[in-house]
Write a protein that binds this ligand. Structure first.
Ligand code: GLY
Length: 433
């Protein structure tokens, strides 16, 4: 099968790595990819926002399956573009329609969807310039902290947890009146804060059936002990020790099944991954957000734990036969640690040569590249999140310690990574919910 994968991060390197383990007859192209994905197939210099360029490439290279890594092309309607074209509509497309991608692309749409299908989430209201004054009054009588969410995509920065009324009103004004996130914050969702532990749960669906993938927990803050600024993700672990059978049963009964049934009943075209951002509140799951894609860096632990052939799963999804698939997961723990460039997530420099990436680190560890590029035969940093190291272990502590050992051997100027990924699951830590 001739497969085109869109994206260029660690998530896409993990996908390409897994696709490359499938039948050798598959041809894997990644656009635009990174030097890591180039080792798993061919990189193609395509702008993933340029639908016409993608169309031309798919026709020229007789692509048979398209897998979309990031949300943006989906939210912008790449699926619908393919299905409207005689030349492209038979290509197996892994990613939802524009309507399905609204689960991530519009927080208000996602909240209303959850309400319609009785899926547990926090109480909310939505506001625009039309009901701005009502919004201010709503904020003034709301319990603290207050969660404000820009309705649309805001590069992961659109959620603000406000600890005071002054902060909440200022942020509300910035978002709606001053378009802090452009179009994305013309509508704002105000929701109750939920206190608990977050967990990321993943499924792939054919629009009616679904299979669950391993769950994961990511670490979003830049500093040790989850302090400091939010980032795209500094590391992840899987499985998540507090996710026991009983909790997972509740997740399937209350969240996953009602979501997939809702998609089916509303005739939303959805073949692809769904990421359920959940919070465990005293043993009960609530949805914080949906994403219409896999998480990053969660994919870098979820995909290595998946024992099935990923191409076969994607074929079953596009044939609407996921009910015939049984997912097998590696029982070992996996942990990934992201190496970032000094200054991330605010200002950072690029272009530092990276040494040690290609050393052999044994079967238990894999280096997934993210913000890297090749210049004159050398790999240099090309983003804030540069690469991550995923390792397997008997438990999370063991997996983290193997990743740290590998990280000791890879260098670039200004490298920084957290050494405490999975800290709450150490044998010495206090017990979780
Ligand atoms: N790690 C969170 C995300 O991918 O959105």
């Amino acid at each position: 099968m001739r497969i085109l994968l869109l994206g260029s991060g660690g998530r896409e390197h993990a996908f390409a790595w897994k696709l490359n383990q499938s039948a050798p007859s598959h041809s894997i192209y990644t656009a635009p990819g990174n030097p890591g994905t180039a080792k798993c197939g061919k990189n193609v210099q395509l702008d993933i926002k340029d639908f016409d360029a993608i169309r031309k490439f798919c026709i020229k290279e007789k692509i048979e399956m398209l897998i979309v890594g990031p949300e943006e092309p989906l939210v912008n309607g790449l699926y619908d573009y393919f299905k409207a074209s005689e030349e492209l509509k038979t290509i197996r497309f892994i990613g939802p329609s524009k309507e399905g991608a609204k689960l991530e692309g519009s927080k208000a749409f996602a909240k209303a969807f959850m309400q319609r299908h009785n899926i547990p989430t926090s109480k909310y209201r939505e506001f625009t310039i039309e009901n701005y004054e009502e919004g201010i009054k709503y904020l003034q009588q709301h319990a603290l902290p207050i969660v404000l969410k820009a309705d649309g995509l805001a590069a992961g920065k659109g959620v603000v947890i406000c600890q005071s009324y002054v902060e909440a009103i200022a942020e509300f004004e910035l978002m709606i009146q001053q378009a802090k996130f452009g179009e994305a914050s013309k509508k704002v969702v105000v929701e109750d804060f939920l206190n608990g532990i977050e967990v990321s749960v993943f499924a792939i669906t054919d629009g009616k059936n679904y299979v669950m993938l391993p769950e994961a927990k990511d670490y979003k803050r830049i500093g040790e002990g989850d302090k400091g600024l939010m980032t795209g993700g500094m590391g992840a672990v899987s499985p998540v020790p507090f996710v026991k059978d009983d909790f997972m049963r509740k997740v399937e009964e209350r969240v996953i099944r009602p979501t997939i049934n809702g998609i089916y009943r509303e005739a939303i075209e959805y073949t692809g991954f769904i990421f359920f951002g959940l919070i465990n509140v005293n043993g009960d799951p609530f949805v914080i957000e949906y994403n219409c894609r896999m998480g990053d860096p969660e994919t870098e632990v979820v995909i290595p734990r998946l024992e099935n052939d990923l191409v076969e799963i994607c074929i079953a999804a596009s044939d609407k036969e996921l009910d015939k698939v049984q997912v097998k997961m590696d029982k070992r723990a996996a942990a990934t640690i992201m190496a970032v460039s000094r200054g991330y997530p605010t200002g950072f420099e690029k272009g530092f040569e990276i040494s040690g990436l290609d050393e052999k680190y044994g079967k238990q560890s894999i280096v997934f590249q993210a913000g890297t590029k090749e210049v004159n035969g050398k790999i240099v940093s090309n983003g804030g999140r540069v690469f991550c190291v995923t390792s397997f272990g008997e438990d999370i502590e063991d997996a983290v310690s193997s990743s740290l050992e590998v990280l000791n051997n890879i260098h670039f100027e200004g490298i920084y990574y957290r050494t405490d990924i999975g800290y709450e699951f150490k044998a010495s830590a206090s017990p979780q919910v």
